[in-house]
Design a protein around this ligand. Structure first.
Ligand code: AMP
Length: 281
């Protein structure tokens, strides 16, 4: 695996790979890799001839009071995991390389960026779309792989790619969960044993919504109410939002008669976790 820490080196390495006629797959990450990330790498390996991964804890997607400074950065371990997966190229730039002093240009997907996590994390999606657009320009991948775990992010990236005519296929891969249902996340490392148990309320609430839906309920307000009731049984977890939205527009829907994204976010202590399911209406 070739490790690049400058834009110029990564651009040259990616061009060399594509120059050999290889289809290049790309997996953007913030590191602290787990099976969720590795599932994206494996999907990329299966669909492409070479795979590039980025590890970059992107400051512009963190709010001023969020966990940028303490976000886990186990670089040696991540490097080893990616080597084991047979990744060809790893891009791990320092912040100054991605954001030269005085950088003031952003990419914003208007409207969508203020929905779901965008409402409670102002500027978050602007940071995500800006860094992903920059990474796409540096790496020029044929396909890029994202997790359904961050469902709104996937929707917003898809819209950015469409609106800006970026020549990259976006592939969204299923959520990888722990055996007890908790969606894997780098932030799960912040949880102590008690919080780890409490965190199960997210997946449990979604399961309750799925069960009610399977029994025939189609009214979003009733489905949301059922999910929120599950939350009420776990007072140590503070609900941020529980919404049922159209997966393409992220607009709230009142009746489920097509694919519907049920998205939840909550604070377990200071740790903000998210999860979702898609109902097939
Ligand atoms: P992050 O490092 O948190 O920015 O995530 C990098 C990519 O991995 C994003 O596309 C995430 O959606 C994806 N991802 C994170 N957790 C999971 C998971 N549990 N299952 C599938 N994909 C995931």
């Amino acid at each position: 695996m070739k490790l690049c820490s400058t834009v110029a080196a990564m651009r040259a390495a990616c061009r060399a790979v594509r120059g050999q006629g290889k289809r290049l797959g790309f997996v953007p990450t913030m590191g602290a890799l787990h099976e969720g990330h590795l599932s994206l790498v494996r999907a990329a390996k299966a669909r492409c001839d070479a795979v590039a991964v980025s590890i970059f804890v992107n400051p512009t997607q963190f709010g001023p009071k969020e966990d940028l400074a303490k976000y886990p950065r186990p670089f040696e371990r991540d490097h080893e995991l990616l080597e084991q997966e047979g990744v060809e190229l790893l891009f791990a730039p320092p912040v100054e390389e991605m954001y030269p002093a005085g950088a003031v240009t952003y990419v914003t997907v208007e409207g969508l960026s203020e929905k779901l996590c965008g409402r409670s994390r102002p500027g978050h999606f602007r940071g995500v779309t800006t860094v992903v657009a920059k990474l796409f320009h540096i790496i020029e991948p044929d396909a890029a792989f994202f997790g359904q775990k961050d469902a709104a992010q996937a929707t917003i990236i898809r819209r950015m790619v469409r609106d800006l005519n970026l020549p990259v296929e976006i592939v969204v891969c299923p959520i990888v969960r722990e055996p007890d249902g908790l969606a894997m996340s780098s932030r799960n490392a912040y949880l102590d044993a008690q919080q780890r148990k409490s965190a199960l309320v997210l997946s449990r609430s979604l399961k309750e919504v799925q069960n009610l839906f399977d029994r025939g309920e189609r009214k979003a307000s009733r489905l949301i109410e059922a999910g929120k009731q599950v939350f009420a049984q776990e007072p140590s977890v503070r609900l941020d939002y529980f919404e049922i939205v159209d997966p393409d527009t992220l607009e709230a829907i009142s009746e489920v008669h097509g694919p519907a994204l049920v998205a939840v976010a909550g604070f377990v202590g200071n740790t903000r976790l998210i999860d979702n399911i898609v109902l097939q209406g």
